[in-house]
Design a binder for this molecule. Sequence first.
Ligand code: UT7
Length: 336
Amino acid sequence: MYNSKIIGLGKYVPENVVTNDDLKEWMETSDEWIQERTGIKERRWIDPKTSDDTTSIMGAKAAKIAIERAGLTKDDIDFIVFATLSPDMYFPGGGVKVQELLEMDTIGALDVRNQCSGFIYGLSVADQFIKTGMYKNVLVIGSENHSGGLERSTRGRNVTVIFGDGAGAVVLSREEDNTKGILSTHLHSEGKYAKELALEGPSTGRWVDAIMEENDPDDVSYYPYMNGQFVFKHAVVRFSEAIMEGLKANNLSKEAIDMLIPHQANLRISQFIQKKFDLSDDQVYNNIMRYGNTTAASIPIALTEAWEDGKIEEGDIVVLAAFGSGFTWGSAIIKW
Ligand code: UT7
């Protein structure tokens, strides 16, 4: 059995910055409300007038950087795992488009649909492929174009102000030393809460015809819905559990954590977890202030930035943790 190790990281965010004040163009909100409840100051939203970016294109841009930094070429990649809730098309998923955009050989491409936990699920899948020896280098991408599908009105404000666009990617590679790299991943789900954070239609359960036929102006099932406080309460519990589970599986205490990269859902959630695990400001990386919640992209973007800033060093214990729609949640414990 091999281990797997992250050997290259990259991120891409659209150029267009949307501040909290900019949102007032579409809805009743305030910079004060958004910062106080979420910590967000601004986010990136693709501007279709000036940019061709899509979920797949952003993913491919981040992936290109990760491959270069790994010291590899696209031809060294054996498999693509692509995590998103906002693919360019209903089907096929975004992974195949990355294969095309990066002009890769006809390697396999798998889409992961686990929303905010998507990157950790994707990392876990890639880790298993490498552990068994099936693949040597796997590209894991998280990318989201939220801005194209949010309700830009006061009715949708509790969801719309939170989400941003962007992509992050890593190259996961075979590691012969099994005390290094990804030590373990832990994945969970609780489908009974699927509707607490969801976009219901269009889907086979609520197809376009039905939505059009009803022509109900109050039907916004084609916009994301979130029961914010309910999700928040579950998030703080599940984040903690997933981190504890990962530490326990590796006989590590909370003092062993050098860097925690939490999914960037809400700065208040990150701060709660930081306190719970007695971590200093330097031991938790947050960038939700600048990007909002980028769902599957949030962990790889934050991980890339923490690494670029020199906050992660060889030998560090790095913990990734996420919670979101599904509900799904999970953690990854990495020895860098
Ligand atoms: O990444 C996936 C996981 N997601 C999460 O973990 C998110 C978890 N939830 C949250 O982060 C928070 O619940 C939110 C940030 C989404 C909302 O914060 P909240 O403190 O739970 O606010 P609320 O939804 O209970 O709304 C409080 C008030 C309401 O007004 P009334 O009824 O008290 O008069 C809302 O209408 O704030 C109002 N409100 C807003 N006001 C200004 C909701 N959204 C906005 C807004 N601007 N954008």
